[in-house]
Design a binder for this molecule. Structure first.
Ligand code: NAD
Length: 492
């Protein structure tokens, strides 16, 4: 496979345009943006820099497709067929898509293959199979009436997604929205648009009617803002940072009160009790749970809470793994952690490390930029001993930095775990079943792993509480975001 990857990485990537109403179109302004590969800092290609006019054209195309009803009112079995075909086409082109995505955002290829085309195909298949299995309801009314609860597609859904896993997160929104019969306008992140443009082409090849999926690339503050403020978008589904999430709520308030669903950041606690069944396994999973994709994972276990009696011993194990993780060229199969997505993000990460030192945190591993000679953006897996008050114990870095915090007992572990503004993911490592359940009830988070970290599939929801967001991606629950409920009340 390495040979094939090496061939694919040499391919020239043509300049990209926007996908609107089933056709490729240049932005009205003619604007384009450079795509810089984080692997070597070199220009890979250009993408369209869509303005408000382009967003308007995409929304009009989406609305027209919805009204035409060739998708929104197609028989569920028909929609299912097309969506299953989309999954097959993603799988057909999986390696090409994965390599293209890695050249764009720097994720190591082993993870990209699994998490990007692999997971996107699985997501399309999951919702394809759900299309004709999600029913309306008959309400438990008195004998004299019949109460019907219909599920209807809503109309035009906009999805704005981040750069860390564009295909996976894009599919988490596009697939259930399409399954429910809606039209979609998708805006990828500036640093990861290429695979989602390819997805648009695959959807067209699979027979998705024109205008049902539109992809507009461009800057958040321009293209994204135009989406947020558009008066004919019914739902805005977002994954990204809390700061942008706040803006989207404002845009909604200033425009048409579109529903806004937010999947935001986290500072997820990974809690190791001294009675964890296998401390070596816990150390390995914990290290990879933060350092894969160089920490650019929303659910990354970025706070390691360790019971004091094993704190030194356990931290030493994690540090030993961190210093051995192979960071480098993300297109080599042996690489375990790829590039940081952009120079700006790298500088931000290095800045966090500097601030931690200034606040008195103890550096246990890493802390520096590496492989500068490649021209790319790489950072060592970094471990700090911190106290709960320090910035690094509270703020999301979204990079390869792990904060280790000791605790004395279950109560204190819970208090520290819940001491940030976030509530996305978490984990508890213990052999004590009652403690695992107590912690699961007590931790404020959308997911609590027990004796593992990550790996949850499409059957379960992913969503945050508190400032990690509202709503859920994945599972049948995600379809609730893309359906209106309509009541029929019939006097008998
Ligand atoms: P970001 O918020 O900077 O950007 C996300 C998207 O929003 C991009 O497409 C961007 O172009 C767009 N955007 C930026 N400014 C905008 C504006 N003013 N109006 C409208 N759109 C705008 O986030 P990012 O740096 O791409 O991604 C990292 C963040 O995403 C982290 O906080 C991470 O935790 C979060 N994330 C969360 C999840 C989850 O499921 N909860 C998953 C992955 C990433």
């Amino acid at each position: 496979m390495q040979d094939k990857i090496s061939q694919l990485r040499m391919l020239t990537v043509a300049p990209q345009s926007l996908f609107i109403g089933g056709a490729w179109r240049e932005p009205v302004s003619g604007g384009a943006m450079d795509v810089i590969s984080p692997i070597d800092g070199k220009k890979l290609t250009t993408i369209g820099d869509a303005g408000a006019e382009d967003v308007d054209l995409a929304v009009k195309a989406a609305r027209a497709a919805f009204e035409r009803a060739s998708w929104s009112k197609a028989a569920p079995a028909e929609r299912k067929k097309v969506m299953l075909r989309i999954a097959e086409l993603i799988e057909r082109d999986a390696l090409e898509l994965a390599v293209l995505g890695v050249r764009d955002n720097g994720t190591e290829i082993t993870m990209a293959l699994k998490a990007e085309p692999g997971s996107a195909a699985a997501t399309f298949r999951y919702y394809a199979e759900a299309v004709d299995k999600v029913y309306g309801e008959i309400a438990p009314t008195s004998e004299t009436v019949l109460g019907l609860i219909h599920r209807e597609p809503i109309g035009v859904i906009a999805a704005i997604v981040p750069w860390n896993f564009p295909m996976m997160i894009g599919a988490w929104k596009v697939a259930p929205a399409l399954a429910a019969g809606n039209s979609v306008v998708l805006k990828p992140a500036e640093g990861a648009s290429l695979t989602l443009l390819k997805l648009a082409a695959l959807c067209a090849e699979a027979g998705l009617p024109e205008g049902v999926l539109n992809v507009v690339t461009g800057r958040g503050a321009v293209t994204g803002e135009a989406i947020g403020l558009h008066g004919d978008i019914d739902v805005l589904a977002f994954t990204g940072s809390g700061g942008v999430g706040r803006r989207l709520l404002e845009y909604s308030a200033r425009s048409n009160l579109k529903r806004v669903y937010l999947e935001l950041g986290g500072k997820s606690p990974n809690i190791i009790f001294a009675d964890a069944p296998d401390l070596d396994l816990a150390a390995k999973v914990s290290a990879y749970g933060i350092f894969r994709n160089s920490g650019q994972v929303c659910v990354a276990g970025s706070r390691l809470l360790v019971e004091r009696s094993i704190h030194e011993q356990f931290t030493a194990k994690v540090v030993a793994i961190a210093t051995q993780i192979k960071v480098g060229d993300p297109l080599l199969l042996a690489t375990e952690a790829g590039a940081i997505s952009s120079e700006i993000q790298l500088e931000k990460d290095i800045g966090f490390a500097g601030q931690a030192l200034a606040e008195g945190a103890t550096l246990r591993a890493g802390g520096a930029r590496i492989l500068q000679e490649t021209g790319g953006f790489y950072m060592q897996p970094t471990v700090f001993d911190v106290t709960p008050e320090m910035t690094l114990a509270k703020e999301e870095v979204f990079g390869p930095i792990l904060s280790v915090i000791p605790f004395d007992n279950e109560e204190e572990a819970l208090r520290i775990a819940n001491s940030t503004a976030y509530g996305l993911a978490s984990a508890v490592w213990t052999a004590n079943l009652s403690r695992a359940h107590r912690m699961m009830r007590g931790i404020k988070a959308g997911i609590v792993h027990v004796n593992t970290y990550g790996g949850a599939d499409n059957t379960v929801p992913l969503g945050g509480v508190r400032q990690s967001g509202n709503g859920h991606d994945k599972s049948l629950h995600a379809m609730d975001k893309y359906h209106n409920l309509k009541t029929g009340w019939i006097q008998l």
